[in-house]
Design a protein around this ligand. Structure first.
Ligand code: URA
Length: 434
């Protein structure tokens, strides 16, 4: 088999066989197929697409390119959740403790933030002493005893994806649906959970900007996961504005704790209930979505989910007292209120731009090596649809200095669009693919 023939075949719109796909992924992971040939193939895939059997074969080959985590010791109710990324997305911090309190086992591997989006690992490090590095034995032990654990991704999880993703980034081949499906699902399959629930974002802060693309991506990921024998569901949700109100690491942890304490943070609480219901029903813990939702609500009302968060923080070396007293989390020295410049409705917000405000304050990374400030960010006071008078609070900026706060204020004001007519907003949850 020759890589040039396979590139040629895909360039002409042909269908690659399972064997050909395994040859490519094995050869590329081993360094026998060079980056320039892989780049050419990925560009051909971007233009020609892949059939469902091709995408499934590619995903499985990528998943098997490294370690396949075995979670069978945790029993039948292992679950994982993946979000395609957004601004203010602290869902895992709320969802995992709720599911754990209802009998699920979530052994999650998460990433760090890059660019305008944050990462769960960074957010958790706001708990003093918290560590996401641990042995595989300890990882399983925490998942078993607490019901959930969140660690950094191991180096050898889907190494083919690591190489391919880095290459896609510099060859303009990121936004190909089969390449995104195989990239995300290879890591999820290798992570070992029986049930996988996906949160596919659509809108200005997401990389699937149109709803149509988001549904296509959701359907294909569900399809591939099912072919691989996993229980699957995907929820397509709005990312035209940040999720919840807080954007920035410690600020998002505080908001997640507020939801676990029973506060209704619009959209965030609902999203966690919808994702959680899917996990409990797909994994067989609850017989139907209504029962699942009631169990999840009880986990908040009884304080069980909040206690799960404290147990997990303690098991991973962090200070559990900060769960009950969030004033122990990092706090920025400067706070500045940003006020509405005019009367009227907020007709739109640029979610991505709000993420960039937090990043520029020091809360996110421009490069992987950047050190971030966990205390800074933005807490929105009003989002799209709100009707304000000039001078009403729009947001509070948490900054390391007055200069940074002043700069952020200018940037943040540009994220809002005002108008005189009440905007018609689509529902936050666009649909469930199951
Ligand atoms: N996230 C991933 O892990 N891979 C992609 O291709 C896109 C988003």
């Amino acid at each position: 088999m020759h890589m040039t023939d396979l590139i040629e075949k895909k360039k002409r719109g042909g269908e690659l066989s399972d064997e050909e796909i395994r040859f490519i992924i094995r050869g590329y992971t081993a360094g026998e197929i060079p980056d320039y040939q892989m780049s050419a193939l990925m560009m051909a895939i971007l233009f020609r697409g892949m059939t469902v059997p091709e995408t499934t074969a590619l995903t499985l080959a990528m998943a098997h390119s490294g370690d396949m985590v075995d979670l069978s010791a945790l029993g039948p109710h292992t679950a994982d959740k993946h979000s395609t990324g957004g601004v203010g997305d602290k869902t895992s911090l709320v969802l995992c403790p709720m599911v754990a309190a209802c009998g699920g086992k979530m052994a999650k591997m998460s990433g760090r933030g890059l660019g305008h989006t944050g990462g769960t690992i960074d957010k958790l490090e706001a708990f003093p002493g918290f560590s996401t590095a641990m042995s595989p034995e300890r990882f399983l032990e925490i998942a078993d005893t607490v019901g959930f654990v969140i660690a950094g991704q191991t180096a050898n999880l889907a190494p083919a994806d690591k190489k391919m993703y880095a290459l896609r980034d510099v060859t303009a081949t990121v936004n190909s649906i089969p390449l995104i499906v195989s990239s995300i699902m290879s890591k999820k399959l290798a992570s070992g959970a029986r049930t996988i629930v996906l949160d596919v974002k659509t809108g200005s802060g997401a990389f699937m900007e149109t709803e149509e693309d988001a549904f296509t991506l959701a359907r294909e990921m569900v399809n591939v996961g099912r072919q691989a024998g996993r229980n699957m569901a995907a929820v397509v949700t709005d990312m035209d504005q940040p999720l919840g109100f807080a954007v920035g690491n410690a600020l998002e942890v505080k908001e997640a704790i507020a939801v676990l304490r029973g506060e209704d943070v619009p959209d965030l609480r609902e999203l966690c209930l919808v994702l959680g219901s899917q996990i409990l029903t797909r994994s067989g813990i609850s017989p139907d979505e209504e029962t699942a939702r009631a169990a999840l609500e009880r986990s908040i009302g009884s304080g069980a989910a909040l206690r799960k968060l404290a147990d997990m923080v303690e098991a991973q070396g962090g200070d559990p007292a900060a769960v009950y007293d969030p004033s122990r989390l990092p706090a920025a020295p400067v706070r500045r209120t940003v006020r509405a410049p005019r009367d009227g409705y907020i007709t739109a917000m640029e979610a991505r731009a709000v993420g960039l405000v937090s990043m520029h304050l020091g809360g996110g990374r421009a490069t992987k090596e950047d050190v971030i400030d966990l205390s800074v960010g933005v807490v929105l006071a009003a989002k799209a649809g709100a009707c304000l008078r000039a001078g009403d609070p729009l947001a509070e900026i948490h900054a390391a200095s007055e200069t940074a706060a002043a700069e952020a204020e200018k940037e943040l004001l540009a994220c809002y669009t005002f108008g005189d007519e009440m905007p018609v907003r689509p529902p936050f949850i666009r649909g469930v693919v199951s």
